[in-house]
Ligand binder design. Structure first.
Ligand SMILES: Cc1cc2nc3c(=O)[nH]c(=O)nc-3n(C[C@H](O)[C@H](O)[C@H](O)COP(=O)(O)OP(=O)(O)OC[C@H]3O[C@@H](n4cnc5c(N)ncnc54)[C@H](O)[C@@H]3O)c2cc1C
Length: 679
């Protein structure tokens, strides 16, 4: 049986061993971070917060923390070389401690205009540096010194450790091992959990291999950065190759369902018809697919009773009501008996109350009851085939302290099985197929991300951030502006680190003021169902590289319309100030001309400097369909090229779902499991 979960990786040891930057580059990075977050005089009226205003990045060793974070961020060789060169060029252009702050700020803004590579590098360093400054806890107190001024209460404390974790997982054994099974499921998230449960119930011997670790209620410490390190792919939000979209995905037993926001939406009728008619998933247009969705909602005990509205959701409600827009509460996979509004706010770091009915609390428990074995810290390197058919997988047992860097394999685990289900998420699943040399020409293509823009506004009253679920309501007003494309209007949790990385940076003083007023901020988001697409490739080491240019004209229109509608909602809800996303955008204050502000935002280019976007929904990179030239798997999920290998996660979506995808992933996974069981 497993050992206790490991601690988060040791940053001091990681820094000592790092050869990411030279000493000169480190010195430039320190100055750059102090330019992003300078020591300032308190503004008039805020003199009693002098420590907050006077604290610079170097006071919290941000540059050093940033280097450690970059080590675990899965950067490609090209991105690493780009960052080194950026630091060299910054130094050559005067980024030095003796340069006045205003001069250094001009250098930052100048580099942001110097082309996509420089901008991507500046964006990465700025976002990560700010995240660390406002989220990293002091090891001595467990609290970040900025929180009190900002009004962030900090972690609630860990749940009682007397609650038994429901799963018994196997962890690193230190010796090579060979295991036999009927089915090997790679990845234990939304899709993998369902398939393991259904096939175990059908009498198959099932082995689940999960690269991340197993954490349960008592392991969740309510800290943003520790959650990123232990439960998020690549150690937390990380950029696409072009630096245009920040990606977040879960990692660990239960996958994304352990850290996600429990918004349960059924697959829309439009998408069901499209996938049936154009991609050959013909039963999706029939009631048999409703049975899959119903079974998912039943197992996750989805309900609307635990969907309290925090401040940002109240603002969404008020704005939508005044504009006559659609507004609805969401249904969530939450255990009513364990739910409290106070603990729910922290669920992005793992839900210590045990209310969240993640895959680790539901499907994997069923899988285990049916005899499935779950291995944590087992990263599958490649799929094995014999005579063109699936025959097993080869995995590395990871040392969890090194696992994020991908180089911590301590011994090998081989699973021999005639059926392999690939459910490693839409970033890692195509990488696995590419490393294995199977899947055909569409592997990694057709990536969809639901690119998401946020508009933050400030209100007179505190927004009660850390109370209630991060998502509890939404508006479908623009879900379909024609042809099934459009966007959902939702809110997003902006915890101190995430907010610090996402809020636009125009100068050190401007950014610090935004953070000072964090408690009064309300971000709303537009989540776009896109028509365009990106792709996932692998670098020479076999790690995924994500390309996502936003080239499609309709998507660009929707991103702009999304920003406009978020502005209108904030205005209608009574915001006192609305922040234009981006480095060049103007801000709006009540009394200013709203239409002129919207026109100014509309004139901005869709580039990272002006449009900060993120994606928690990765889809489509091993998609199902009829045609082996344009899809990886047949309409039931089995690879066109390799019998016995099946796709069981969001990578199997033919296109973007347009809705938060968890319920659709699970329903499709159940459908695929039944196809596998039927032989
Ligand atoms: C912060 C956040 C909030 C979200 N909120 C919502 C929401 O409210 N509603 C909603 O519908 N969706 C939400 N989502 C999205 C949803 O959680 C994901 O779409 C879903 O979890 C994806 O399911 P999946 O099965 O494709 O992959 P995942 O759930 O990501 O699971 C894949 C698993 O495979 C593992 N893995 C990867 N590579 C390997 C390998 N080589 N070997 C073994 N294992 C491997 C990973 O560690 C991971 O645990 C959110 C996501 C995030 C990150």
């Amino acid at each position: 049986m497993g050992k206790a979960p490991p601690p988060a990786p040791d940053p001091v040891a990681a820094l000592a061993a790092s050869d990411l930057f030279s000493d000169a580059q480190r010195a430039t990075l320190r100055v750059l971070c102090d330019t992003f977050i300078p020591a300032l005089e308190s503004p008039a009226g805020d003199e009693d917060q002098a420590e907050f205003w006077g604290r610079a990045a170097s006071d919290l060793a941000v540059a050093e923390g940033l280097e450690v974070a970059l080590l675990g961020a899965g950067l490609t060789g090209e991105q690493t070389a780009g960052l080194r060169s950026l630091l060299d060029q910054l130094a050559a252009n005067g980024m030095a401690a003796e340069a006045p702050r205003e001069a250094r700020e001009r250098i930052v803004l100048g580099f942001s205009d110097a082309g996509p590579d420089a901008l991507a590098g500046i964006t990465t360093l700025r976002a990560l540096g700010n995240t660390l400054f406002y989220a990293a806890p002091d090891p001595a107190t467990g609290r970040n010194p900025n929180w009190e001024t900002m009004g962030f209460p900090g972690p609630l404390g860990q749940a009682p450790s007397d609650r038994e974790p429901p799963l018994r997982v196997r962890r690193v054994s230190g010796s090579d091992e060979i295991v036999e099974a009927d089915v090997c499921v790679v990845g234990s998230g939304a899709g993998g959990g369902v398939i393991a449960a259904e096939l175990a119930a059908a009498g198959k011997s099932v082995v689940v291999l999960e690269a991340g670790d197993y954490l349960d209620d008592a392991d969740f410490d309510g800290l943003e950065l520790s959650a990123y390190q232990r439960m998020y792919l690549n150690g937390g939000p990380f950029p696409t190759a072009e630096g245009q979209v920040s990606i977040v995905a879960g990692r660990g037993v239960g996958g994304g369902t352990v850290v996600n926001w429990t918004n349960c939406l059924r697959t829309s009728d439009h998408v069901r018809s499209e996938w049936a008619a154009e991609h050959g998933l013909s039963d999706l247009a029939e009631s048999s697919y409703d049975e899959h969705l119903d079974a998912v909602f039943e197992r996750l005990r989805v309900n609307e009773d635990c969907s309290d509205l925090n401040g940002p959701h109240q603002r969404l409600l008020e704005g939508c009501e005044r504009l006559g827009y659609d507004f609805r509460r969401i249904a969530r996979n939450a255990d009513r008996d364990r739910y409290t509004a106070e603990t729910a706010a922290y669920m992005g770091f793992g839900d210590s109350s045990g209310s969240k009915l993640s895959s680790a609390k539901t499907w994997l428990v069923d899988a285990q009851a049916g005899g499935a074995e779950i291995f944590a810290g087992a990263a599958v390197a490649r799929i094995l085939t014999e005579d063109g058919r699936a025959s097993g997988v080869q995995a590395g047992w990871l040392d969890p302290e090194l696992a994020q860097a991908g180089d911590g394999a301590t011994s090998e685990l081989t699973v021999r099985a005639p059926v392999i289900v690939v459910a490693a998420g839409a970033i890692s699943s195509p990488a696995l197929l590419l490393r294995s040399g199977i899947g055909g020409p569409a592997v990694g293509e057709h990536l969809r991300l639901h690119p998401t823009v946020a508009v933050t506004a400030y209100y007179d009253e505190p927004q009660n951030w850390m109370w209630g679920p991060p998502q509890s309501a939404l508006s479908h007003q623009f879900a379909d502006t024609g042809g099934g494309y459009g966007f959902l209007l939702e809110s997003a949790q902006a915890t101190t680190g995430l907010f610090a990385g996402a809020v636009p940076w125009r100068s050190g003083a401007d950014h610090k003021r935004r953070m000072r007023e964090w408690e009064h901020a309300a971000p709303l988001i537009a989540l776009v169902r896109e028509r365009g697409e990106g792709r996932v490739e692998i670098d020479p080491a076999g790690n995924p590289v994500i390309h996502y240019p936003i080239a499609d004209e309709l998507d660009r229109e929707h991103l702009k319309l999304g920003v406009e509608q978020l502005v209108r909602i904030h205005d209608a809800a009574g915001a006192r100030e609305i922040v234009g996303s981006g480095m060049r955008a103007p801000d709006w204050r009540r009394g200013d001309d709203l239409e002129a502000f919207i026109a100014a935002l509309n004139s901005l280019e869709i580039v990272p400097r002006e449009y900060v976007m993120f994606s928690a929904h990765q889809m489509g990179t091993c998609r199902m369909g009829r045609d082996p030239a344009t899809s990886v798997a047949n309409p039931w999920g089995e690879l066109h090229s390799t019998p016995g290998v099946w796709i069981g996660d969001a990578s199997g979506f033919p296109t973007a779902s347009g809705t938060n995808p968890m319920a659709t992933i699970m329903a499709l996974a159940r459908r695929t499991a039944h196809a596998i069981a039927a032989g």
